[in-house]
Design a binder for this molecule. Structure first.
Ligand code: PLP
Length: 422
């Protein structure tokens, strides 16, 4: 591969073109392994950023793509519709909490969140409450890289200082303190409650990642906290936007992380694992109330419609991926991964360099005291046949659900060796 061209011309995520970091040339991927050009196989501990639930080169997904490709890979969704989109809509309405009945098919996670935000703003505008145009988000949150979503990301570890003048000033509550298995006391919710009490007249919605805060810190928080937020939203007539782009489709042990708290949001964003990692697709679901509110307004329509909306190829693969997931023992697989991650990463707690080790569902996180040298750690893991992408002080694994006990053992073993002896 022409890596010189890559280095000189291609942006990679969050990368420099003056001092480009090394990138590894991938030839193919199969099962849970990514194969480099030199034929080294790496166990993918990242599921390509939460996406590849079933691993790679999955016959069922390939077949669905091929079947659809022969009919049509794409037609516009304005004025036209098709079976793959209808089938996907049915599945999404079916597997998400009852009140979520209306589906907007978007093209990436960030766009699904833009759509979610726009829905909330347009809902209040339609109801003659256009002053309700701000959001309340959580610190340590991550909702995407576009301008609307950036404004809801953590104001410190997000990109607020770089684009300060261009971002809407939203409100931020502290990151939830009670951990996953801890209760949520009045004091844990006090600051969020106060922000809502003082600003509800300007607030359209609370936006959060339920239970698992992903890219903003890989933190797991108490379902009781989420329950309290839902109650406060009801009390003060705010919409609740749940960003399940990372957590959706079983990653936290429940199909959707909201289920840990037994709550339903008014607006739900899905992405990442929606097509099982085959291609980009996202969705924003909302309740009848939100959809009716929007459509009874001055505009009479929801003001969004991307070119590749409802792409048939992506929808067909998504249907196959959801069927494959539902027909698999995914709960058991995720529970087994959780158990193994918990047991095998536990000894790292004794390492002086390690601040915390935590697991939830098929997610294992090792938080170090100091930021890790990403390149060095990555290379040491590759030497041990493992692909992980650490950031900051965090080294974490969220493997495909189909990973074998042995491969997961190799992955945790590599983490132990590399992180336990810095
Ligand atoms: C990845 C992610 C997004 C953004 O999705 P993209 O497809 O990268 O635009 C938004 N929210 C959460 C929680 C995510 O993990």
């Amino acid at each position: 591969m022409d890596l010189d061209f890559d280095r000189n011309h291609l942006w990679h995520p969050y990368s420099s073109l003056i001092d480009p970091p090394p990138v590894y040339p991938v030839e193919r991927a199969e099962g849970v392994r990514i194969y480099l050009e030199d034929d080294r196989g790496l166990i993918d501990g990242m599921s390509s950023w939460w996406c590849a639930l079933h691993g790679y080169n999955v016959p069922e997904l390939n077949a669905a793509a091929q079947r659809q490709l022969e009919k049509m890979s794409h037609v516009m969704f304005g004025g036209l519709t098709h079976e793959p989109a209808i089938e996907l809509g049915k599945r999404l309405v079916d597997i998400t909490p009852e009140p979520l009945q209306r589906v907007f098919l978007a093209d990436s996670g960030s766009v699904a969140m833009e759509v979610a935000i726009k829905m909330a703003l347009q809902y209040w505008q339609s109801r003659g409450r256009s002053e309700k145009n701000r959001l309340l988000a959580l610190r340590n949150g991550y909702h995407g890289d576009t301008f609307g979503t950036m404004a809801t990301c953590d104001p410190v570890n997000g990109m607020h200082h770089l684009f300060a003048g261009q971002l809407t000033q939203h409100f931020f509550a502290p990151a939830p303190k009670p951990k996953f298995n801890e209760p949520c006391g009045e004091e844990d919710i006090a600051e969020l409650r106060q922000l809502i009490e003082q600003n509800h007249a300007q607030l359209a919605a609370v936006t959060l990642e339920p239970i698992v805060q992903g890219a903003g810190g890989m933190r797991f928080y108490s379902p009781e906290y989420l329950k309290r937020v839902r109650e406060l939203c009801d009390e003060y007539e705010l919409l609740l936007i749940a960003d399940e782009i990372a957590t959706g489709f079983g990653r936290s042990g429940k199909m959707f992380a909201c289920e840990h708290a037994g709550i339903s949001p008014d607006i739900l964003a899905l992405g990442k694992a929606l097509t099982g990692g085959t291609m980009t697709l996202a969705a924003t679901l909302c309740t009848d109330r939100v959809a009716d509110g929007i459509c009874r307004g001055e505009a009479g329509v929801f003001m969004h419609g991307p070119t590749f909306m409802g792409n048939p190829l992506a929808c067909a693969v998504s249907n196959a991926s959801i069927d494959l997931l539902l027909n698999s023992p995914w709960q058991k697989r995720v529970a087994n991964i959780e158990k193994q991650l918990k047991t095998e990463l536990a000894p790292l707690k004794e390492s002086e360099a390690v601040a915390d080790v935590r697991t939830l569902g098929a997610i294992g996180v090792v938080e170090m005291h100091e930021p890790v040298d990403m390149m060095q750690v990555q290379e040491a893991l590759i030497d041990r046949g493992v692909w992980l992408r650490p950031f900051g002080r965090l080294v974490y694994a969220m493997p495909p659900y189909v990973i074998s006990e042995q491969d997961l053992g190799q992955l945790t073993g590599a983490m132990m060796e590399v992180l336990g002896n810095p």
